[in-house]
Ligand binder design. Structure first.
Ligand code: AMP
Length: 214
């Protein structure tokens, strides 16, 4: 049966990593607004040009831009379902998503929150490196010293502009101010929220999410 899932959490909580694993295990499409935006930025599209400044400053891209982008994406076929990664990030986006799903007669199955303490996140994000070619994610804390190439494809490892410390702190503030209320929205309206402690090993977190979904 098709599944509709949302995965949320502060920047650096590991939602991207978990979303890829859950998508694979459940057999749904992985839709990440962050990835869609980065793709538009690297291709230099109109949307990318509008979004880039906000992203580099650690701010949210305005709701109307995000909603246009995601409704196009959700208009593609629903089967076999999807996991939305990093969307909705404001209550306005959550309300718009509820409207879109109602029109399509799709019910949300679960909202997964990966929760991690802010200071751990700052450490994780400023140490994060991504492969410029395939997007694989690494961290200097657990990487061999002086590694500069991606183990998977040989691409160059880079620091995302929005992973610099000042920007990371701003992203966390934005999360607390604008995205935390989205969690209340889902816990109040539908009791769909599943909260997972994200300060643990990646495999343990995946296991707990999969248990919660079954
Ligand atoms: P992420 O990869 O999910 O951390 O997203 C990277 C950046 O893209 C965020 O810091 C925002 O600037 C932007 N972004 C991604 N998703 C959204 C969204 N749902 N609403 C607004 N901005 C977003």
């Amino acid at each position: 049966m098709a599944k509709s899932l949302i995965i949320l959490g502060p920047p650096g909580a590991g939602k991207g990593t978990q979303a890829v694993r859950i998508a694979e295990r459940v057999g749904v499409q992985h839709i990440s607004t962050g990835d869609l935006l980065r793709d538009s930025v690297s291709k230099g599209t109109e949307l990318g040009k509008k979004a880039e400044g906000f992203m580099n400053q650690g701010l949210l891209v305005p709701d109307d831009i995000i909603l246009g982008m995601i409704s196009n994406k959700l208009n593609e076929t629903f089967a076999p379902g999807w996991i939305l990664d990093g969307f909705p990030r404001t209550v306005v986006q959550a309300e718009a998503l509820s409207g879109l799903l109602k029109e399509k007669e799709i019910e949300l199955d679960h909202v997964i929150l990966i929760d991690v303490d802010s200071e751990i996140l700052v450490k994780r994000l400023t140490g994060r490196r991504v492969c410029a070619d395939c997007g694989a994610i690494y961290n200097i804390e657990v990487m061999e010293k002086d590694t500069q190439k991606c183990v998977k494809c040989g691409g160059q490892l880079i620091t995302r502009d929005d992973d610099r410390e000042e920007t990371v702190r701003r992203r966390l503030e934005v999360y607390n101010e604008l995205t935390a209320p989205v969690l209340d929205y889902y816990s109040k309206t539908d009791e769909l929220l599943m909260s997972i402690d994200g300060a643990r090993a990646i495999d343990e977190i995946t296991l707990e999410i999969m248990k919660g979904l079954s």
